[in-house]
Every structure is written in C-alpha cells, then in structure tokens.
Design a protein around this ligand. Structure first.
Ligand SMILES: [Fe+2]
Length: 376
C-alpha cells in the first residue's frame, strides 16, 4: 500500500487499530535500533533463549553438535554414491531413507552407510517394504545380535520377532515416553519395527531426542542427577490382568534366570557418539530407588519420587520430537540410547499390528567428561 492508501485505510478502521498501527511503527523503530548495537550481536546461543523454558536451547545445542546440519557431508556423500535418498524429518532426528528394497540382501557398503545415518539421525524410516519375518530378522541382524523377548507371546516361526497387537480387547498401552527394555542388564541398543496392520486413523509413534532433551533440561535438574543411578526391574510383566499375577513357581523361575533389579545411570553416555542422553523408563525404574553412585548414598524415597516425576516430563516438550505416521509396510529403526518413543493410543476400537525385533546392546555407563565441552 502507498502512503495515501494507508492513511485512507487507517482512517476507516477502529480507534484500537489506529493506535495499534501507530504503536507498532514505534516498537519496530526501537527494536531496529537495539538490533544494531554490538551487545545484541554478540549474544551467545544460550542468551538468546529464555532461561525458564529451554527446549529450544536443547535442540539448538544438539544441532550445533551436529555441525548445524542434519547430516555430515561425509555420510551424505556416501548415501549419494549408493543412490540412497535421505528425507530428513526433524532438525536433529529422523530420516526417511529411500532407494532400497529390503526383500533383497544388502551389501556391506550399504549397511555401513545405514549405520552412519542411524547414528547421526537417531531414528531412520523406510516406506513400502513388504518384507516377511525372515527378511525383517535379516535386516536387524546387519546391526548386531538379536535379543528375544521373554514376556511376549512366543513366535514359533521366528523367536526374535515380537508381534505387538492392539485392538478391541487390548487398547494400545505403550503411550508413555520410554526407551525399551531397561530391565535388562544390557538393554537392546535399538529396535526395528514394521507396520503390518494400520488403524484407519491415528496409531502414530512419536520419537523424542534424548540428547537435545538432556541439553535442554533445567540446569538445576541436570546437576541434581549428574551422578545419580536407579534400579530397574520387570515387575510389570509378572502381573496378569485376569488372575492378578503369574504363579509363584513361574515367577521364581523367571527371577532365577533374569536378574530382577538392575542399576543404570539416569544420564547415559552413548557408547558410539559419546553424547549424553537422559535415559530412563518410568515403567521399569523403581520410584524410590535413586542413589548417588559416587557417594553410594540413597537420595531418599520422597526426593527420588519427586525427581523421577520431574524427569519423566522432560521428553514431553514438542521441540524434541518427531511424529511418525505409519503406512502399511513402513519400517522404523530407532536408537534406544539416543531417543525415547511414545505410541499414541488413539485408535480404539480399531486394530494396529506391528512386528518388532530388538538388537543386543551393552551396559549403560556415564562419563561426565564426554559432554563437558558443550555444557555451560
Ligand atoms: Fe517401546
């Protein structure tokens, strides 16, 4: 609009809008002046984000660690040389990889490239992969040995494939932020899930970046859990919805085979990237079990409960997450050491079926020096 047009327009609007337009000119002029001062130009990334709400800062710092790029040029070149398409979903996590048919065996160059993309992007996806159980197992095996799941319905054809079925008689129950199987002494490093049956609406899985989450945690909380460990167990799976619990004989047998109660750090160093993540699973972590590993002193029942409640809210911030919409034949492969996930239970009474295979991992540890350079 030209000057005389603006004047004509303003005269025709309400008194409130006349004043709002006038004030906006003055506000803009003062801000322009402020932006020209050297103090503003020299502000650090940290100073640009409000101190009382830090998810944006956490994501920015994680992206900075990634070189302010979604993927390293070296991995991008490798993908290009193999004609793999990479469609990045979130700024710091999630990439849809195209150009592969997982019905066919993959060669070593492709597997090596996928490992790099997986480590850098934390969760990778494939579309339209109508693969059978054997092919799903073969794909997962490229990345390590597999872990069988003792508490699911046995799969006679393929003991490593867990079928996750939800429908009219079993609403979706994985709708809390979690990282898989922390009841294990060596929790699985990653999980590969394939969508077999999709509800007409909903059923998405959300992934939340645990490194960004750690970096964005309130400083008070980050310091509070620096040397803190907690005890995880599988009591959840000893319950039975009809009778209230498994038999004493079976329970004792399970406990004699799999250690009931394993300690893991709340902050975990990724064994390959060396980045720190916030690492916990609220279903397995005993609520009063937190203790200081350095002094070997318990935090106390009450304090432990309060801190865990606070920690379980951290992954909730939308900034950290990417929401994946499944299609029949979609595959997601996530790094349990770098992300948490959440299966939205929003499709009842429809049915949703996934197949999952988990890859063996190692014992979690925390090295406070590995991330020191990045923390204020
Ligand atoms: Fe899970």
């Amino acid at each position: 609009m030209k000057g005389n047009q603006i004047a004509k327009y303003v005269s025709s609007v309400s008194k409130y809008n006349q004043e709002a337009l006038e004030i906006s000119k003055r506000v803009h002029a003062e801000r322009q002046l402020g932006n020209r001062t050297s103090i503003n130009l020299e502000r650090s990334v940290e100073e640009k984000f409000p101190r009382n709400y830090r998810p944006g800062f956490g994501v920015a710092m994680e992206y900075q660690k990634m070189g302010n790029q979604p993927i390293s040029p070296k991995t991008q070149r490798l993908a290009d040389s193999l004609n793999l398409g990479l469609e990045h979903a979130g700024i710091t996590l999630g990439t849809i990889v195209s150009g592969l048919d997982l019905k066919k065996p993959l060669d070593d160059l492709v597997i090596n490239c996928l490992k790099h993309i997986f480590l850098e992007r934390k969760v990778i996806f494939f579309r339209n992969q109508a693969i059978n159980q054997d092919q799903l197992v073969r794909f997962a095996t490229y990345f390590g040995d597999l872990d069988a799941f003792p508490f699911g319905k046995g799969n006679e054809k393929n003991p490593f494939v867990l079928e996750i079925v939800h429908g009219e008689n079993s609403p979706g129950s994985e709708n809390g932020w979690h990282t898989d199987v922390t009841w294990m002494e060596n929790p699985s490093l990653g999980s590969v899930a394939q969508c077999i049956e999709l509800p007409p609406y909903g059923g998405d899985t959300l992934f939340s970046d645990s490194h960004a989450c750690y970096l964005g945690m309130p400083e008070r909380l980050r310091n509070e859990v620096r040397d803190v460990w907690g005890t995880n167990d599988y009591r959840l799976f000893l319950k039975n919805s009809r009778s209230g619990g498994l038999s004493e004989e079976l329970t004792n047998d399970i406990k004699s085979k799999f250690k009931f109660g394993v300690d893991h750090p709340i902050l975990r160093t990724h064994p390959e990237t060396k980045k720190t993540s916030l690492y916990l699973n609220g279903s397995f972590l005993r609520s009063g079990s937190l203790y200081n590993k350095r002094t070997n002193k318990p935090l106390g029942e009450g304090k432990s409960r309060v801190i865990i409640k606070d920690l379980l809210r951290q992954h909730d911030q939308p900034e950290y997450s990417y929401r994946f919409r499944w299609e029949k034949g979609s595959i997601a492969f996530w790094d349990n050491r770098a992300v948490q996930h959440f299966a939205a239970s929003d499709y009842y009474p429809h049915q949703r079926v996934l197949r999952r295979v988990t890859i063996s991992g190692d014992k979690p540890y925390f090295d406070p020096d590995s991330d020191r350079a990045y923390i204020s």
